[in-house]
Design a protein around this ligand. Structure first.
Ligand SMILES: Cc1cc2nc3c(=O)[nH]c(=O)nc-3n(C[C@H](O)[C@H](O)[C@H](O)COP(=O)(O)O)c2cc1C
Length: 157
């Protein structure tokens, strides 16, 4: 029997580890459901030439000044030049204070504008940190796992 796994890459930027931890928990959530081969990659290590090999791209960014990091914005712009028609995406952010969903929404908007043909797998996730350097607010980690569960369930190849 041949089992075909959906290939997912989770690309993130993380200065203090909050967004990295969220990304790891999302992958745990995907693995709970199964059927997914997930790869975690820090933005600076991403090989753009290999992105089109994945069925879905998840992008995580800390909120920096009300939006995603400059690096993540540039990354999204570069995705727009790749053959990603019919592939899927989802985004997540981490934030402090009252900036719930701000970076996440801006990433979704930018992807919709710049990366034509990429389909949203699920509405984005926004995870609160207690302070700039974390830790994440208690109760937020299960949300990451649930998000991973949802991604793994929604993905279709
Ligand atoms: C340069 C900088 C700017 C930030 N600006 C905001 C902001 O405008 N709103 C917000 O909610 N959090 C802001 N933060 C907090 C980060 O979003 C938060 O600490 C995040 O969880 C860090 O994630 P990381 O550990 O993955 O880098 C800022 C952090 C940095 C370093």
């Amino acid at each position: 029997m041949v089992i075909i796994l959906a290939k997912v890459i989770v690309v993130y930027e993380s200065k203090y580890g909050n967004t990295k931890l969220a990304a790891e928990k999302i992958i745990e959530g995907m693995n709970e459901v199964g059927g997914i081969e997930a790869v975690l990659s820090e933005l600076k290590e991403v090989d753009l030439n290999k992105i089109a090999n994945y069925d879905a791209i998840l992008i995580g960014s800390p909120n920096h000044f009300g939006g995603p990091t400059r690096g993540i914005k540039k990354f999204i712009d570069k995705l727009g030049k790749l053959p990603l028609e019919g592939k899927m995406f989802a985004v997540f952010d981490t934030y402090i204070r009252g900036d719930f969903e701000k970076a996440m929404k801006k990433m979704e908007k930018r992807i919709n504008e710049k990366v034509l043909g990429l389909k949203r797998l699920a509405p984005g996730l926004s995870i609160k940190a207690q302070g700039m350097k974390g830790p994440l607010v208690e109760g937020e980690l299960p949300k990451c796992k649930e998000f991973g569960n949802k991604i793994a369930t929604q993905i279709e190849i």
